[in-house]
Design a protein around this ligand. Structure first.
Ligand code: ATP
Ligand code: MG
Length: 583
């Protein structure tokens, strides 16, 4: 399904933070990258220092760090100095209630300014920050807080009443609940605003060892029960470096990462990377709305935009005219993460915005971007790009308990990384065996299948769990989904294999249609015909089912395992992160 390569204008490429991928790769070292951090005396460091406090000495403190847009569209600005003061107050509050270094502070908040203060204030105090999606129900909250042994929870009155009060007695380690809108009327909680008011706005950033735990992030739960990935303060060098190289971020940028901090993207790139670089970041409190998003891009003069395939597909569904009605000329770079980005979406964005979305790949476990399409590099639609300078990626095959490198081009194998980069997870909390299983033969195995082409571009095939074996063919759902996405009627599609006596498995596609299209047998045949033409009969779906929506995680990933469980009448497994539902 080769698409035309999107060539980069040489003048544009020359202005990128990384003008030449090969050169940077040849000369890059993490030691040099580390030297660009400010650091703290004695080889110590702290993410909060790199993100906030260091900007006092470099004269950036009065610049806007965070422009927060409320649900009703009102912007409020917070300068670096404002955030430095507020996070100091928060850190002092933690100290005053007896919270120590290394203890876990959880948040259960929507995208409100207090969330950002909690995250960075916790890091400043040397405690560990663990964000949860505010839409989680009591059960996922309980299990995550139990795993991390949460000592403090920062939330709102309404969220506490609805979701936490009923499970509080099952959380013996939870000592303090701080309500951002508390008034002292709820038992067992404190009023954070009042505590903050009384606290000092000065707090010397806690000097941390680079290996000290900073963040606890739960994976998305796409393939099963979420795992708690541990990240350390030293990861900040990767956040900053990848922000600079993979997102082309600069201090003068207005950067909008649309992810919620409940998901790792919303912390690594929705908080840490832009602030360490000294940019201005946009945070929108509201949920996705195509019209609103285009308005924000235009009015806030966003220059770098980082979003996800689900959102892009919804923008495509809303139509190009909505985008064309806006002045989006300030945008310089657009990137996408979280799921494979269909080539159709890359081509569409290049037509509509005059530049493509740059797909990049990483995981909660990797802490930061690992494989990316860069500003200066030609884009092959459908490819996730090349490994970051400083990252060795390979394709491997598991064999007899070990692994072999697959050196052949365009041969499917498991995507693997050479361990040792700064933002690599240090543990799955309390799951040592599961963690150990990720490392085989000197590689970290990602659980994703991919291929590499002759020019070193990587191509995502599918998660190892999702790959379909049909009549001797290994079929990646992404390829089939991408072919169906080209059809004018298709808004979204999820592909699974279902058991079949003769073929082993056959390919089945679940399709959500664009507005104006009705499901019918004719359309079903048309879709199958289109897929056969693009993929051949062996790979094209044999069955198509129409759905209004596909089941997705809160971070926007299609849950193919749920499509399959429902198809086969099997137990649904862990659905704590399920967002939209087709039922
Ligand atoms: P869980 O591990 O709990 O099943 P998850 O893997 O979805 O959930 P995340 O860490 O949020 O949790 O997501 C990482 C995964 O998302 C990757 O392993 C990959 O499967 C997918 N992914 C992320 N970015 C891309 C991309 N650009 N292209 C293809 N897949 C991607
Ligand atoms: Mg995963």
């Amino acid at each position: 399904m080769a698409r035309e390569i999107i060539r980069k204008d040489t003048a544009y490429a020359a202005k990128a933070n990384m003008p030449d991928y090969d050169k940077e790769r040849a000369s890059f070292s993490w030691e040099d990258a580390k030297a660009e951090l400010d650091g703290l005396p004695g080889g110590k460091l702290n993410i909060a220092h790199e993100a906030l406090d260091r900007h006092i000495a470099n004269g950036n403190a009065d610049k806007t760090a965070l422009r927060w847009i409320s649900k009703d569209g009102e912007p409020t600005d917070f300068s670096y100095r404002d955030l430095i003061g507020q996070t100091a107050r928060f850190a002092n509050v933690l100290r005053s209630i007896g919270v120590e270094k290394g203890e876990r502070v959880y948040s259960l908040l929507g995208r409100v300014p207090e969330l950002y203060v909690t995250a960075l204030g916790t890091l400043k105090a040397g405690s560990v920050f663990c964000p949860m999606f505010s839409a989680f129900g009591p059960e996922p909250i309980q299990s995550r807080m139990e795993i991390g042994g949460g000592k403090v929870l920062v939330t709102t009155k309404a969220l506490y009443r609805r979701k936490v009060a009923g499970i509080r007695d099952r959380l013996p380690e939870l000592k303090e609940v701080l309500l951002i809108d508390g008034d002292g009327s709820m038992d067992g909680t404190r009023n954070l605003a009042a505590l903050m008011k009384d606290a000092s706005p000065d707090f010397p950033v806690e000097p941390m060892d680079p290996e000290d735990m900073a963040l606890l992030h739960f994976t998305s739960g796409t393939t099963g029960k979420p795992k708690g990935a541990v990240h350390v303060h030293g990861a900040v060098v990767a956040h900053k470096t990848t922000g600079r190289i993979a997102l082309d971020l600069r201090p003068e940028d207005t950067f909008w990462c649309t992810a919620d901090p409940g998901w790792v993207t919303g912390t690594s790139y929705g908080i840490i990377a832009p602030l360490t670089i000294g940019a201005t970041m946009i945070v929108d409190q509201a949920e996705f709305d195509a019209e609103r998003w285009y308005r924000i891009l235009e009015e806030e003069k966003v220059t770098v935009w980082y979003t996800a395939p689900t959102a892009i597909r919804m923008l495509m569904k809303a139509g190009a005219d909505m985008a064309r009605a806006r002045d989006l000329s300030r945008i310089r770079f657009m990137a996408s993460v979280g799921e494979p980005l269909n080539p159709e979406a890359v081509v569409w964005s290049n037509d509509v915005f005059g530049m493509p979305f740059h797909d990049n790949w990483w995981q909660t476990e990797t802490g930061g971007i690992m494989i990316a399409n860069y500003a200066s590099m030609d884009v092959k639609p459908g490819s996730m790009g090349k490994p970051l300078p400083g990252i060795d990626a390979g394709i491997v095959a598991r064999q007899d308990g070990g692994v072999n490198a697959v050196d052949d081009q365009m041969v499917i194998g498991e995507l693997a990384l050479k361990p040792g980069w700064p933002s690599m997870m240090r543990a799955y909390l309390h799951e040592q065996a599961r963690y150990d299983k990720c490392f085989v033969g000197g590689w970290y195995l990602t659980g994703d299948l991919a291929m590499r082409d002759t020019e070193g571009y990587f191509w995502f095939v599918g998660r190892a769990d999702d790959v379909i074996k049909s009549s001797g063919h290994l079929i990646g759902p992404f390829e089939v989904e991408s072919a169906l996405m080209e059809h004018e009627a298709v808004a979204e599609v999820g592909v699974i294999g279902i058991p079949d006596e003769t073929a082993g498995e056959i390919v089945k596609a679940y399709v959500a249609l664009k507005p104006g299209y009705e499901e019918s047998d004719d359309l079903r045949l048309d879709l199958i015909g289109h897929a056969r033409k693009r993929l051949g009969p062996a790979v094209a779906p044999k069955e198509i089912a129409f759905r209004a929506n596909l089941p997705k995680t809160r971070s926007g990933k299609i849950m193919r395992r749920l499509l399959k469980a429902r198809e086969l009448g099997l137990p649904e497994g862990d659905i704590s992160t399920l967002e939209s539902d087709e039922k």
